[in-house]
Design a protein around this ligand. Structure first.
Ligand code: FRU
Length: 588
């Protein structure tokens, strides 16, 4: 995500437990009454402290959901804001449901009109979307309307760990520069708000208004059920439907992540839902009453984990329409933890049938692309199938070495069909908007590598946000590749092995790796033997996404170097490696 979005410059301008607040112990629980005279209540967080349940509301708001906050006990790692602007002038009560006595995190609460921090943390991505603060996982409700790409996302506004799931919200006109908007959908008596999708109801089938954005999501309470909410102001505010949930739970624990689209053949909305280890399709004329249509998935693809976040959409290949079904799975990814598999086949309006292909097939073979789905309502005149994933892995996502925010998304990608290894595949390649943020570039002459060759100082003012384009041609070499390196000896290594037909990424020496045992393991993708490979590599502070031959293979990998990697070393085991057409772009 580009920097233009934020002008966060000022440090915390706040006062501690001000004169307008009063602490007391009401019965069992500690409470603070606060006559609201500022925009935010800032809660001190210590990540390893136990969660405390906190409720914030006016005296007549007893049914507000409680939020879990790792309230500081011994030290303060960072603050999280509770936005109380709408209560200015009123009395609010903060109830600490599981606290009897004041602890550090209560004593150090601040009240402030600002919640600002510099947007320049060491691992803050600059051209990928990341949450302003707090935790993010799956992209949700991606929908395009009137020139705006909407991105909602699984969001914890009250800490950088998973929990309190809301839908965060941002908009963009190009999927690169994002503007943060207030949190869109908050937990309610049916539960927290899990993943889902959004559609534009062009024909007002639900009766919420023509062109209303309707969000369809999982209410995660005692069971998982599907609910809807609508917006008639271009996504700025959402109203939950009074008849929620619209799809009750049939007795399955994992019953979630509805992705909805209009199907012209059966003339109805189709909900593609993850149901344990299958996908169930439901149909509806009005987004409110849903009927089961069919189920897919037994005995096909990877079943090494629970199925999540599906998506179903058509793609055309040489004039023929094929249907693609994306299914995220965790664990069971090709390199451990979470990953997104896909099936290609047909959909007759009610039932999906997979073509016989060598499943499992993966959208991205790196460890860090999960729960990705595609944008709905992209104009026909554009016609692209645009995808975004969460650039992390449940194996270690909650422990990565960032503090006041956690996780980013992948670059926006265009999905298309192609052929590789003798069968059809889904290719994924950065959306063309990514070309518009290229800044000054540097080209290098052809390198004829025998054993090793290093390009030192790739870019003069390398801030860790750059793109590499090049062609690698092995000349009688079976093992070759390149490494990004820095002066501290840290490296990120990409190896092509034509004996095993694998491309692997090794991040074992890439900087900070000890935060989680599962972070280290090697990563590989199948490749076919060719005389030449076109490489595109996008680096953004703490991530590298590599695309081979226009997206035949994509691999996304996060890494945490302690210094920017501004050198590149080519290597070959035997023979020679020709590295040609090398251009390094600074990313603006
Ligand atoms: C996938 C997922 C979804 C769920 C959400 C909860 O990463 O587990 O299945 O809706 O995250 O945050």
């Amino acid at each position: 995500m580009k920097k233009t979005i934020l002008s966060i410059l000022v440090a915390l301008l706040a006062i501690s437990l001000g004169c307008n607040s009063q602490k007391k112990s009401s019965g069992e629980n500690l409470t603070i009454d606060y006559q609201v005279d500022s925009s935010y209540i800032l809660l001190p967080v210590e990540e390893t402290a136990p969660e405390i349940k906190i409720k914030v509301g006016t005296p007549d708001q007893n049914n507000q959901p409680a939020y879990d906050v790792h309230l500081a006990q011994n030290k303060i790692d960072y603050w999280v804001p509770i936005d109380v602007k709408k209560y200015k002038g009123q009395k609010l009560t903060l109830s600490f449901l599981t606290l009897k006595e004041s602890i550090l995190g209560v004593k150090e609460i601040k009240y402030s009109d600002r919640f600002d921090f510099p947007y320049n943390e060491t691992y803050r991505p600059q051209f990928h979307f990341s949450p302003e603060h707090g935790w993010m996982n799956d992209p949700n409700g991606m929908v395009y309307l009137d020139g705006e790409y909407h991105l909602f996302y699984q969001y914890n506004p009250y800490g950088s760990m998973w929990g309190n799931m809301h839908w965060g919200h941002a908009v963009s006109t190009d999927m690169v520069s994002w503007t943060y908007l207030p949190t869109a959908i908050a937990p309610d008596s049916l539960g927290t708000i899990f993943s889902g999708s959004a559609v534009v109801d062009i024909n007002n089938t639900a009766g919420f208004g023509k062109n209303a954005i309707v969000a369809i999501f999982t209410s995660n309470g005692k069971t998982q059920r599907q609910s809807i909410a609508y917006s008639t102001d271009k996504g700025r505010t959402f109203t939950k439907y009074s008849g929620n949930p619209v799809l009750p739970n049939p007795g399955i624990t994992d019953f979630r992540d509805p992705k909805v689209s209009w199907n012209e053949v059966s003339n109805q909305w189709i909900m593609t839902l993850a149901t344990k280890q299958t996908i169930t399709f439901f149909g509806s004329r009005d987004l409110k009453k849903w009927t089961k249509l069919s189920e897919f998935g037994q005995g096909i693809g990877s079943h090494a984990g629970v199925w999540e976040c599906p998506d179903l959409f058509p793609l055309t290949y040489q004039g023929k329409t094929k249907w693609v079904l994306l299914v995220s799975i965790n664990p069971g990814g090709p390199n451990g933890g979470s990953a997104t598999q896909y099936f290609i086949g047909s959909f007759d309006g009610t039932k999906f049938t997979a073509d016989p292909l060598p499943y499992p097939l993966w959208v991205d073979y790196g460890r860090d692309n999960y729960a990705g789905v595609t944008w709905s309502n992209i104009p026909k005149s554009d016609g692209r199938r645009l995808f975004l994933g969460w650039m992390s892995n449940w194996d270690y996502a909650t422990t990565v070495p960032t503090l006041n925010f956690r996780s980013a998304n992948t670059t926006p990608r265009e999905l298309s069909l192609g052929m590789s290894g003798g069968h059809m595949i889904v290719k994924s390649f950065p959306a063309k908007e990514m070309n518009t943020i290229r800044g000054a570039s540097k080209t290098y002459p052809k390198q004829v590598v025998e054993k090793e060759a290093t390009l030192t100082g790739l870019l003069p003012k390398n801030k860790g946000t750059y793109e590499v384009e090049m062609t690698l041609k092995p000349m009688h070499s079976s093992t070759f590749g390149f490494e990004l390196t820095n002066t501290k000896g840290e490296l990120l290594k990409f190896t092509f092995d034509l004996k095993t037909n694998k491309l692997s990424i090794d991040r074992d020496k890439s900087g900070k790796i000890n935060f989680n045992d599962k972070f280290k393991s090697g990563t590989s993708a199948p490749i076919v033997t060719k005389g030449s490979y076109n490489i595109r590599l996008l680096v953004d502070k703490a991530s590298a996404e590599i695309f081979i031959d226009n997206g035949e293979i994509a691999m996304s990998s996060i890494f945490f170097p302690t210094e920017i990697m501004n050198n590149m070393t080519f290597f070959t085991s035997e023979g020679k490696l020709n590295a040609e057409n090398i251009t390094i772009y600074n990313i603006k």
